[in-house]
Write a protein that binds this ligand. Structure first.
Ligand SMILES: NC(=O)C1=CN([C@@H]2O[C@H](COP(=O)(O)OP(=O)(O)OC[C@H]3O[C@@H](n4cnc5c(N)ncnc54)[C@H](OP(=O)(O)O)[C@@H]3O)[C@@H](O)[C@H]2O)[C@@H](O)CC1
Ligand SMILES: Nc1ncnc2c1ncn2[C@@H]1O[C@H](COP(=O)(O)OP(=O)(O)O)[C@@H](O)[C@H]1O
Ligand SMILES: [K+]
Length: 520
């Protein structure tokens, strides 16, 4: 699992460390680790002299980049071209001196001159900028040292212009965080660096695991001796976590002890969703799957999934809502009966996964306080839910949720006292804020997984894990991981239909469980 700590907690840990260490020691550790990574990324081809260009901002992030260039000169031992492009009039002073001593070429791209020139006397021609653009176009490695954890989202125009000049073949390494992104990972989108690799210091930050993670590329954490004494703010499960969490039956287990999952889904109109959820539950290894629905989808499930049983009965968890019509016509007796079955499940004390049409049945927290609840909306469904229930969000739409997924998932978790799994290319799993639990974010699925019915499969998978006794955060995040990997395994690099994702789950789970025995 990757754990990430909030910017405030990192700053506090840095302060504690700095109080014990000589001045500048932490930055030296950071810059040395960064220089070692850069050295390892230099091209093997020795016929031309490698060129490393750093974009340097005004804070300590720029200081890291300048010191890393200075250390590189010593570290590599071979001839190197090193260039620092200043995007600020006030670069880190010691870092700049060190870079100069190490014969790093300093280019001032601000057009103001780096020091001593007053704003009233601008340099006529920003020659530094033209040379910087040229260097960036042919650099082997580009270091983004513009903004670190002190950065606000967005980039100055000058930096955007310089980034546009970076050649396609350059290996872009973000120092600590990709500049322009929100270090806390709350705001997604906007301008910001897309890095091939990010070298961070002390620990991962939320930006590295939340929806902004795609901008970070490969993540390396350089140990600078921080002692984090708080709980992480964000987490991501990786493949090696599956074996520890997945409910694996022992010799004494039977179908009941493994967990029966009930599925109240679909109706005479949406007949396919139940089949997908029930298939996924069976394939995820539920002890038993019970389907509750009207004759049409029941016949379909009977024909396609002989393992399932039908009608109300005892279960350990309910999946409520895939393909459910929450507002059937008054003459639609079968539809009304299905809504009644869904309400009975929601009013029970049992763990419930609430998806799609089931979300339309919620007017607040479930009546049985403390009943485990996992809501699984996509962005549009979350916007609809909050616009209906939260007077402060009456104008919220899908785009609003996509821009600030965490904010709105948290809001729903608080309002409905439930864990919210917000689906998308990054899937967030957010427990009610009072729990103090870290947000989980998974991005394991290929974009091909964004296909109709894929969410019904996820619901069956996560519901099975709830029935096996997992808490909603583990059930949701583990299901999202396995769903994503199964979507990949079913047809690597190509399209996949929802049913195939479900059918791939047994093999994918076996493969992920086998990793533990290989590693262990
Ligand atoms: N502390 C330590 O011991 C260690 C720290 N380390 C390193 O320090 C980094 C944090 O350094 P930092 O605090 O100086 O902040 P950093 O991100 O470099 O710059 C902030 C500056 O940018 C400005 N600014 C902000 N947003 C902006 C925007 N959108 N567009 C334009 N400008 C913007 C903002 O100005 P403001 O407007 O807020 O006055 C401020 O001046 C950290 O990521 C790591 O790399 C390592 O060496 C390990 C040891
Ligand atoms: N771009 C994407 N990349 C990866 N996974 C995606 C992407 N878009 C959607 N998904 C996943 O596909 C599933 C879609 O679920 P949902 O929207 O509920 O579909 P449906 O209601 O048709 O079953 C979710 O698991 C979601 O996380
Ligand atoms: K950076």
């Amino acid at each position: 699992m990757i754990h990430a700590w909030s910017v405030d907690d990192v700053r506090a840990a840095e302060e504690r460390a700095m109080a014990q260490l000589p001045d500048g020691e932490l930055m030296q550790r950071a810059a040395t680790g960064l220089a070692q990574v850069v050295a390892a990324r230099l091209p093997d081809d020795t016929s031309t002299q490698p060129l490393v260009v750093a974009l340097v901002g005004g804070g300590n992030n720029g200081g890291d980049a300048l010191w890393a260039l200075a250390h590189l000169a010593d570290l590599v031992g071979e001839p190197l071209d090193l260039v620092a492009v200043l995007t600020t009039e006030t670069p880190h002073e010691e870092g700049l001196r060190a870079a100069r001593r190490a014969k790093v070429e300093i280019l001032d791209a601000t057009g103001q001159g780096s020091r001593g020139r007053r704003k009233a006397e601008p340099q006529a021609e920003p020659k530094g900028r033209a040379k910087a653009v040229e260097a960036l176009g042919v650099a082997d490695v580009v270091l983004d040292g513009v903004l670190g954890i002190g950065g606000r989202p967005g980039l100055p125009d000058l930096v955007t212009e310089l980034l546009d000049a970076v050649g396609d073949d350059a290996h872009v390494i973000a120092v600590d965080v990709p500049s322009g992104t929100d270090p806390m990972g709350e705001l997604v989108g906007g301008t910001g660096v897309f890095a091939d690799e990010t070298v961070t210091f002390g620990c991962a930050k939320p930006v590295h695991v939340l929806g902004t993670a795609g901008r970070c590329g490969m993540l390396t954490v350089v140990d600078i001796g921080l002692d984090l004494d708080t709980l992480p703010a964000a987490e991501r499960l990786d493949h090696d976590d599956v074996a520890a969490l997945w409910p694996t039956p022992g010799p004494e287990d039977d179908k009941y002890s493994r967990g029966v999952v009930g599925v109240v889904a679909g109706g005479e109109v949406y007949t396919g969703a139940p089949l997908l959820s029930v298939t996924a539950a069976v394939c995820a290894g539920a002890g038993m799957v019970r389907y509750v629905g009207p004759p049409g989808p029941t016949q379909l499930v009977r024909a396609e999934v002989p393992e399932a049983v039908h009608g109300p009965g005892r279960v350990q968890a309910w999946v409520v809502g895939p393909g459910l019509d929450a507002h059937p016509h008054s003459w639609d007796q079968l539809g009304l009966a299905q809504v009644e079955a869904a309400r009975r499940a929601l009013d029970s004390e049992l763990p419930c996964l609430v998806d799609a049409g089931g979300l339309d049945l919620l007017d607040g927290p479930r009546t049985q306080a403390g009943a485990r609840t996992l809501l699984t909306p996509h962005a549009g469904e979350l916007a609809r839910l909050l616009a209906r229930l939260d007077p402060d969000a009456s104008e919220l739409d899908r785009a609003g949720v996509v821009a600030e997924p965490l904010r709105w998932a948290r809001r729903a978790a608080e309002l409905l006292r439930a864990t919210v799994l917000l689906k998308g290319s990054t899937t967030y799993v957010v427990a009610p804020p009072a729990s103090g639990l870290a947000v989980r974010a998974q991005a394991d699925a290929p974009a091909w997984a964004g296909t109709a019915g894929s969410g019904d499969v996820l619901a069956g998978l996560a519901g099975t894990l709830l029935a096996a006794g997992l808490d909603p955060v583990d059930a949701g995040s583990l299901a999202a991981l396995v769903h994503g990997v199964a979507a990949h395994d079913a047809n690597p690099g190509g399209p996949v239909r929802a049913l195939e994702i479900a059918q791939q789950v047994p093999a994918t789970v076996a493969r992920l469980l086998a990793r533990a025995s290989e590693v262990g």
